[in-house]
Design a protein around this ligand. Structure first.
Ligand SMILES: CC(C)(COP(=O)(O)OP(=O)(O)OC[C@H]1O[C@@H](n2cnc3c(N)ncnc32)[C@H](O)[C@@H]1OP(=O)(O)O)[C@@H](O)C(=O)NCCC(=O)NCCS
Length: 235
């Protein structure tokens, strides 16, 4: 199958040596068919198990774009590339069965996907489309810590929606960098004070492992909330 005329991802940000690419997840049958053709049998089986059309599209377009980017960056064929999954589902890449020295992470929300690549360890990216209809205080009460809940309670209208998704993406990027998924209760840690007050980046430490420093970066823009986190070397 031949590649569509235009790639569906574009370079978007470069943060401290990490490349972040935006992936266009708008419906596009030609791209979706081509992206699907790049998947291996396990990935195709996973694609078939998604019930919702949008989930199928997000998975195939992101995984197809990820495969093309990894093949280029690692100078290997798509067929030589495979994925396996850490304890809580974080994917890592292999070329001809060998683990590669390139970190990556992927996120998708609605029509937007982000792919991040870095030679650093422990990379996490998150994107969230802002949907104004949800019970923001109720959900925030379950996933945010005391200072975050207080800031959310004080915000109103569009500002509240903005803050809710900003906090969500920042915390989710940290959880994804760590790789623990739902096994870490997000209300057990908070974004650093300066970031809560609006700073775009800061160092960060999880309360359960303060010896390991991380870096957190807010990538939010008008279309969506987004964040990138990565592990710093311990001093
Ligand atoms: C996977 C997880 C980490 C995020 O899921 P999600 O919200 O659907 O996420 P995203 O679109 O941002 O990311 C999905 C991608 O992350 C990657 N991923 C999967 N498990 C991961 C993990 N444990 N760690 C890091 N990345 C992971 C995959 O590439 C996946 O994409 P794919 O399924 O197309 O391959 C989810 O398991 C989770 O635990 N989320 C925490 C939820 C939470 O409590 N958030 C509160 C924030 S305040």
């Amino acid at each position: 199958m031949s590649a569509p005329a235009n790639e569906w991802w574009t370079p978007w940000r470069e943060i401290d040596g990490a490349d972040v690419l935006h992936v266009d997840l708008a419906p596009h049958p030609e791209r979706e068919a081509f992206a699907f053709s790049l998947l291996d049998e396990e990935e195709k089986a996973r694609w078939r198990r998604f019930v919702v059309e949008r989930a199928k599209r997000q998975f195939s377009l992101c995984r197809g774009a990820l495969r093309i980017q990894l093949s280029r960056r690692l100078d290997c064929s798509n067929r030589a590339l495979s994925f396996d999954y850490l304890e809580h589902g974080k994917p890592v890449a292999r070329v001809k069965g060998r683990r590669v020295p390139l970190g990556f992470n992927v996120s998708h929300s609605g029509r937007h996907g982000l792919m991040a690549f870095s030679h650093r360890d422990g990379l996490g990216v998150d994107v969230e489309e802002r949907l104004p209809r949800r019970d923001l205080d109720g959900i925030g009460g379950r996933v945010y810590g005391p200072n975050e809940r207080q800031a959310l309670a004080a915000a109103t209208g569009a500002q509240k929606v903005h803050l809710f998704y900003r906090l969500w993406s920042l915390k989710e990027a940290l959880i994804k960098a760590l790789g623990t998924g739902f096994s870490l209760n997000p209300s057990r840690f908070e974004v650093p004070g300066p970031v809560l007050e609006g700073a775009r980046s800061s160092d960060f430490r999880f309360p359960h492992s303060p010896e390991h420093p991380w870096r957190l970066h807010d990538l939010g823009e008008p279309r969506f909330a987004a964040a990138l986190a990565w592990r710093l070397r311990s001093r």
